[in-house]
Design a protein around this ligand. Structure first.
Ligand code: GLY
Length: 358
């Protein structure tokens, strides 16, 4: 088992990564001062695939709350149902909520854990690659509002994250691809060596080699943990984690969240951001090609279809990360380094967007 620490003073925690490590959750609980009542939140897909495997390791007094799998469950209405369950079960301030599932389950259960009784203990057990390398780490919790995604939420750190590599064995191809989009991002924003490691191991990645996956999940978590430890609430540095995300959110919105998984849209968004960086003379066309090449080899998308560039440009300003009417673009300086710029001319953005159409 490998361990990555998220250093946040008294809110520090560890991410445990390994095969068949569900038993570690019970051990962690038994060494804590949590009261014995546990609420496990999961979804209909995970319930079928691995909930039994998970709960057979729990000896305490636990109850499972199952949401319908999918983004539409991430709302206040569903949160309220979980609050009701927590009240009925008598969960107190020292009780534990466990999120067993992907990003939707983690965000929703985390939001409930952050707000029920002003905060109860919370453990993340992410079961998708995307959740393992991104959403389960760093304490962002949220639900969607009818007018936008993740508009209601809180920063609330888990007590621990348990990543069981076994869960990846049953994960559909597109879910793996989606996670890989975020994995590539870490190489670009902070570690060229990691980017090269991905380039050198494409075959093994596509064959779901367990050792390689253990390494790429660990390195992704290390990079995210480092950024979050230095800027928990995204006042500045944490913004670099949004590399590729402004355009990704536009693509997701303009395709009604149907055509692309999040990480797939991030792949196209990263390429768009690389084109902007090239237009501004920050990186060379060879560097853009290097990124595009890796995305293609990993079977990730490099274009978003035929969307309307003017509409896309307008939509970019609706992103919730826009501040004072300005977009904080995360741009490449090289492989392993990015910078934030809120000053990118309209024609540069539009020219770059044109290059990811098709
Ligand atoms: N997914 C971006 C962040 O956690 O800040």
């Amino acid at each position: 088992m490998q361990t990555v620490k998220v250093n946040l003073g008294e809110n520090s925690y560890e991410i445990f990564i390994g095969e068949k490590i569900f038993g570690g959750v019970e051990k962690f609980i038994s060494q804590s001062d949590f009261t014995k009542k546990i609420l496990v939140v999961t979804d209909t897909k995970v319930l079928k695939n691995c909930a039994e495997d998970f709960t057979k390791n729990l000896s305490g007094d636990f109850e499972i709350f199952t949401i319908e799998a999918g983004e539409t469950s991430k709302n206040l209405h569903e949160a309220e149902k979980i609050y009701t369950k927590a009240i009925e079960l008598g969960l107190d301030r020292k009780s534990l909520i466990i999120a067993l599932g992907g990003g939707v389950v983690g965000d929703l259960a985390g939001f409930v854990a952050a707000t029920y009784l002003r905060g109860v203990n919370f453990i993340q057990v992410p079961t998708t690659l995307l959740a393992q390398v991104d959403s389960s780490v760093g304490g962002k919790t949220a639900v969607n509002h009818a007018l936008g995604k993740n508009l209601i939420g809180a920063f609330y750190q888990p007590k621990a994250v348990f990543i069981d590599l076994e869960t990846l064995k049953t994960l559909p191809e597109r879910e793996i691809k989606s996670g890989l989009g975020e994995v590539v991002k870490y190489g670009i924003i902070s570690d060229e060596k990691f980017f090269s490691y991905l380039e050198n191991n494409v075959e093994k990645i596509l064959n779901r080699d367990a050792e390689i996956f253990s390494e790429i999940i660990k390195r992704s978590c290390e990079i995210k943990a480092d950024v979050v430890s230095r800027d928990e609430k995204e006042s500045n540095l944490r913004r670099i984690l949004n590399f590729g995300h402004t355009i990704a959110h536009v693509i997701e919105e303009e395709t009604n969240y149907k055509k692309f998984r999040h990480g797939e849209a991030v792949a196209v968004g990263m390429l768009g951001a690389a084109y902007i960086s090239e237009e501004l003379g920050k990186i060379s066309s060879a560097e853009v090609k290097r990124l595009k090449n890796l995305l293609e080899r990993l079977n990730l998308e490099t274009s978003c279809g035929n969307l309307d560039v003017d509409k896309m440009y307008k939509a970019a300003f609706r992103d919730k990360k826009t501040l004072g009417g300005k977009i904080n673009w995360v741009l490449m300086k090289n492989f392993g380094g990015v910078e934030i710029s809120s000053d990118v001319p309209e024609n540069v953005v539009k020219n770059s967007l044109k290059k990811i159409l098709g």
